[in-house]
Design a protein around this ligand. Structure first.
Ligand code: NAD
Length: 496
């Protein structure tokens, strides 16, 4: 990556080819390539294999061939390779961050933070060697031992909005626990996935332990239907999450599928202005609102006009490109523009309109939408209910905290709820009653840091448990209990 050295992303001189990684070899597609566009330039920056059923079969066969040896490789040896991988990720942090920014439209700083958040999961996985297992004398002369056993070949299917971080929620724990992992990245962001896979190979993971199968829906369905793939971690939109979950579990397989969100930020009059403005603006404009933990709906309790004005003033001043990234593609931009128009025609008040905003001079052809604030929206409107997935903050006015919580509880989604207040009692009231999986107190994006695990409720999650932390260990392993008695001791029985 050499050309175009602005403050922003570096564009590759020629498009990067994203092949499949099959049993340690990079294989070109037998039928079709798809162009990969950068949201910054609307130009082709790569091309990605669109895998067929046969190609998925080849990837899984490569993984299956490696599964038995990898499962028998001691945890300490597996961990040593992951440690080497962590070093390589940090060594190539700039390259990975640039790729993620280039293909997903993030600012480079956001992309970098995403990679580093992924590294935290790697570090969690590295710590497992000191934490797992255990044996106990359960009765005289009888020992019970638990073993976490890998499942074999497992797969991760990931979305466009975090090209490095979301895959890293999955594979560090899966491979450390002895599985062979097949990654199906979003076809919109395969460049980062390919680079991560190159580094997994460089770290020394045996062929087949880590594989990549590129493609879209057909590849996902072939992967889910494949009898040799035993479990799935999926992250993406709720409709697809639900469909993948249903398909996998109907075949008796294990799946944890995270979906979309509509996160509520409850702001009360005693909220600290600086903390609130920072938290709310950072949350709805960060990653241009394209994250499952973004503030989407602000529930303004009582008289908070001054806070709303300050939020709008701050959002207005954000510099596109440098402080806020682009929208993933033209279709998403058009969808957002229409949703903003509908919010207005449905009776809400458009306080800040990011449509048609002037693009940064370096990237005149990119897909840009400025921060947008829709005030006085009402329940039942699209902007109040649906995940818009852009830098759009909808504000609903309510009179009481209970009304705010009622609104929150009615949302079909369940990722995050935040409350902005200076009163501990209010914070606790909301934290105990909110219906989502992750709660923020004066935090706009309440993503738990390791070792605390990530996971929502309701239509933001299909399946059980969380996807990182101990949830990841549960997802990618089965628990075997071995009860042992060696000496023949006639005076003892199983219960003695
Ligand atoms: P998406 O659902 O379109 O795609 C996700 C993955 O599924 C991709 O790999 C894609 O190729 C595949 N896919 C798409 N359509 C499919 C179909 N019909 N059948 C099978 N597979 C299909 O999601 P996206 O647009 O890439 O990502 C944005 C969405 O992801 C948002 O809804 C966001 O909230 C959600 N997300 C959720 C979390 C979370 O932790 N809950 C995290 C990140 C993103």
């Amino acid at each position: 990556m050499t050309e175009n050295k602005h403050w922003g992303v570096q564009v590759p001189a020629t498009p990067i080819e994203c092949r499949n990684l099959v049993a340690g070899h990079w294989i070109s597609p037998e039928t079709e390539w798809l162009d990969v566009e950068s949201p910054y330039t609307a130009q082709t920056v790569g091309r990605v294999a669109l895998s067929t059923v046969r190609e998925v079969d080849a990837v899984v066969a490569g993984a299956k061939a490696a599964a038995s040896d990898w499962a028998r490789t001691p945890l300490k040896e597996r961990t040593a390779l992951l440690f080497r991988y962590r070093e390589l990720v940090l060594k190539h942090l700039d390259d990975l961050s640039n790729r993620a920014a280039l293909e997903a439209g993030k600012t480079v700083a956001e992309a970098r933070a995403g990679v580093l958040k992924g590294v935290e999961v790697i570090e969690y996985a590295l710590s497992l060697q000191n934490d797992l297992g255990g044996a106990q004398e359960v009765s005289r002369g009888v020992t019970c031992e638990v073993r976490r056993e890998p499942l074999g070949v497992v797969a991760g299917i990931t979305p466009f909005n975090f090209p490095a971080m979301v895959p890293m929620w999955l594979y560090p724990i899966a491979v450390t626990m002895g599985n062979c992992f097949v990654h199906k990245p979003s076809e919109k962001v395969p460049l980062t996935a390919v680079r991560m896979a190159e580094l997994m190979v460089e770290a020394g993971f045996p062929a087949g332990v880590y594989s990549v199968v590129n493609g879209g829906r057909a590849a996902v369905e072939a992967l889910v239907d494949h009898p040799d793939v035993k479990a799935y971690g999926f992250v993406g939109s709720s409709n697809v999450a639900k469909a993948v979950y249903a398909r996998a579990t109907s075949l008796g397989k294990r799946a944890l599928c995270l979906g979309g969100a509509k996160n509520h930020l409850i702001v009360v009059p005693d909220a600290d202005p600086a903390v609130t403005v920072d938290g709310v603006v950072g949350s709805f404009t960060g990653c241009a609102g394209q994250r499952c933990m973004a503030a989407s709906l602000m529930v303004a309790v009582g008289e908070v006009d001054r806070l709303v004005d300050a939020i709008i003033e701050r959002a207005k001043r954000l510099e596109l490109g440098r402080e806020m990234g682009a929208i993933i593609d033209r279709a998403a931009l058009e969808r957002l523009n229409k949703a903003i128009a509908r919010a207005e025609s449905d009776g809400a008040k458009l306080r800040l309109d990011g449509r048609g905003i002037k693009a940064p001079t370096e990237y005149p052809d990119g897909y840009w939408l400025g921060p947008t604030v829709i005030d006085h929206a009402t329940p039942g409107q699209e902007c109040t209910e649906a995940e818009l997935f852009g830098p759009v903050l909808t504000i609903v006015r309510v009179k009481t905290l209970d009304e705010a919580l009622e609104l929150e509880a009615k949302s079909p989604y369940g990722n995050a709820t935040s409350v902005f207040t200076t009163r501990g009692a209010v914070a606790r009231y909301v934290a105990e009653r909110a219906t989502t999986g992750m709660i923020g107190v004066n935090i706009g994006v309440p993503v738990p840091r390791e070792p605390f695990s990530f996971g929502g409720t309701k239509a933001s999650r299909f399946g059980q448990g969380d996807i990182t932390g101990s949830g990841g260990v549960e997802l990618w392993t089965s628990l075997k209990k071995i009860t042992t008695k060696w000496a023949l001791q006639p005076d003892q029985n199983w219960m003695s």
